[in-house]
Structure formats: structure tokens, C-alpha cells
Write a protein that binds this ligand. Structure first.
Ligand SMILES: C[S@@+](CC[C@H](N)C(=O)[O-])C[C@H]1O[C@@H](n2cnc3c(N)ncnc32)[C@H](O)[C@@H]1O
Length: 276
């Protein structure tokens, strides 16, 4: 079996293929239906608790737009941006003076520099074929003193495949792509442990990419991800660009918060807050 983490170098053709996938995939749009209020609550709470509410807020890669609406319902002036007009189709009816939606590419944002007090994203970063450009764009459109919040799966966590392994030992299912068999789960746990030490003690961020599955056969489990997301990369990148890390890992739920406190860089989810 080909490893889920075989590194590739993303190029323009991958960028085009990913754009086309998000622009046209009805199956993915269906999957995003599961991203409802309950699913998005942790992310919206994260933004709400760690950024000032009266700041103009950009919700980047907002998918079906519900998280932007939730942030707006909590009193914010919000713009939700996604590369897919298809996913944003239902959002027109929610628009008003302080809630707007726009089709846009995170790699080339159509906003002036320093326009936002808060720039946030949930489960976007692992889907971008050029993380450095995406982060630079997020930093560019954030005003000095403004905050950036990044949330999503930590695809470099060694703990996740170990949990998959234990689950399979007790008769449970594996995880598509990353831990389909016990052997693959152990291999990925080892690989991610190795990555942890390489990244942790390296000077610079090391963005690793994989070939995404864009076959429209949605098998879940981040099949369409291309960046093997790591909070250590993000932490190093933000520091390199003179941002302060306000929260390395906030954590979602009780167990998530314990993990975040003791193992912020190997926690299952990225929930980072940086200040420009
Ligand atoms: C896993 S979904 C997450 C959607 C939403 N943030 C949520 O949590 O429900 C990833 C989203 O990123 C969007 N996306 C991918 N690449 C993008 C890009 N370059 N610019 C803007 N949005 C992008 C996709 O269209 C998709 O809606």
C-alpha cells in the first residue's frame, strides 16, 4: 500500500485540479452538510474566546458558510470566503450589511492589506497546495495587532494513529487513508514520531505535501488533503514572520483541553492563535 504521507511537490497543475474539484464536487458539498452548528461550535467558540468580538472578521475557506453566520450571530462583522461558488450557493439568503460571502482563493486574496482584525480558518490549511502563500496572505490582510486563528486536524500527530491502532485491536474500524490496517496505523505512528522530532528541533518549518484523492469518491478522512498539517510548521512560520503565538493549542472539549495543555504539538487538532 502506498503511504498516505509520500511527499510530493505541489505545482500549478495540482492547484488547478484542486480548484476544479472544489468548484464542481456535488459529493463534497453533500459531505459539508454534516458541518452544521453542532460540528462547528468548537471552532466558533475558539475564535470567539480568543479574539476581540468587535473586529472585522475573515472566515477563510468557510465551506457552506455556516461558521461565518454563527460568528455573525455572535455580534461580529464577518466576511466568509471560499474557493467554491457551489458550496456558497445557499449563503445568499443570510447576507446583510455585516455578513457577506465571497468566492475567493486563499492563495491570492482580493482584500487590501491590514483590512481585518481577525482572520480565521477551520479545516482549510490541510487542503491548500501552498501553505506558505496561504499563511502569508492571511498575515497580509490582518492588521497590526490583529489575530489569526487556525483550526483543523493535526495530520502529524503520532497519537492519532496510536488511538486508531488500539481501536482496531479492540475490534473497531480503522481510519480511511491514514490507518486502514493495524500495520499501517503503527507505521504512521512511527513516521509521525519521527516527524515530530525532525520538525521540533529543525530551524525552519518543513511543509510536507501528499497527492490528494480528488476522484469525487468521497471516502472521508481528509482524502482530499494535500498538506500534511502540523502545528509545529505553523508555529515556526508565524514566529519567523514576527507574529506572537498567543495560544499554541487551545483544545476542543475536556479531553482535547488536557491534551492541549500537556501535549500541545502532538494534540489531535490544531487550534492555534497568533497575533500580528
Ligand atoms: C474541509 S472543508 C472546511 C469548510 C469549513 N471551513 C468547515 O469547517 O465546514 C475545506 C474548505 O476549504 C475550501 N478551500 C480549499 N482550497 C481553498 C482555497 N485555495 N481558497 C479558499 N477556500 C479553499 C474548500 O472549498 C472547502 O470548502
Amino acid at each position: 500500500m502506498e503511504s498516505a504521507q509520500t511527499p510530493i511537490s505541489p505545482d500549478q497543475s495540482l492547484r488547478n485540479r484542486m480548484r476544479e474539484f472544489y468548484e464542481t464536487s456535488e459529493a463534497y458539498k453533500g459531505l459539508l452538510n454534516q458541518h452544521n452548528h453542532a460540528y462547528l461550535k468548537s471552532y466558533v467558540d475558539l475564535v470567539d474566546l480568543h479574539t476581540p468580538p468587535d473586529e472585522y472578521t475573515l472566515d477563510l475557506g468557510c465551506g457552506n458558510g455556516i461558521s461565518s453566520k454563527m460568528l455573525h450571530d455572535r455580534g461580529r462583522n464577518v466576511v466568509g470566503v471560499d474557493i467554491s461558488p457551489l458550496f456558497l450557493k445557499e449563503t445568499k439568503k443570510w447576507e446583510n450589511d455585516s455578513l457577506k460571502y465571497r468566492v475567493g482563493d486563499a492563495l491570492n486574496l482580493d482584500f487590501e492589506s491590514g483590512q481585518f482584525g481577525v482572520v480565521c480558518s477551520n479545516e482549510l490549511i490541510e487542503h491548500t497546495p501552498d501553505v506558505e502563500t496561504t499563511l502569508l496572505e492571511m498575515i497580509r490582510v490582518t492588521r497590526k495587532g490583529g489575530r489569526i486563528v487556525v483550526a483543523g486536524p493535526n495530520l502529524c500527530s503520532p497519537i492519532m494513529p496510536l488511538l486508531d491502532f488500539v481501536q482496531m485491536v479492540f475490534g473497531g474500524n480503522g481510519r480511511p487513508i491514514w490507518a486502514e490496517t493495524k500495520q499501517q496505523a503503527l507505521q504512521n505512528a512511527l513516521k509521525n514520531t519521527n516527524l515530530y522530532f525532525t520538525k521540533r528541533f529543525g530551524q525552519l518549518p518543513q511543509f510536507l505535501y501528499r497527492e490528494p484523492d480528488l476522484e469525487d469518491q468521497i471516502i472521508g478522512g481528509d482524502a482530499d488533503s494535500t498538506y500534511i498539517a502540523s502545528p509545529i510548521d505553523l508555529e515556526k512560520f508565524f514566529r519567523q514572520h514576527s507574529l506572537r503565538i498567543k495560544k499554541l493549542c487551545v483544545g476542543f472539549g475536556f479531553k482535547g483541553k488536557i491534551m492541549a495543555t500537556f501535549f500541545p504539538r502532538t494534540s489531535l487538532y490544531i487550534s492555534m492563535v497568533a497575533e500580528k
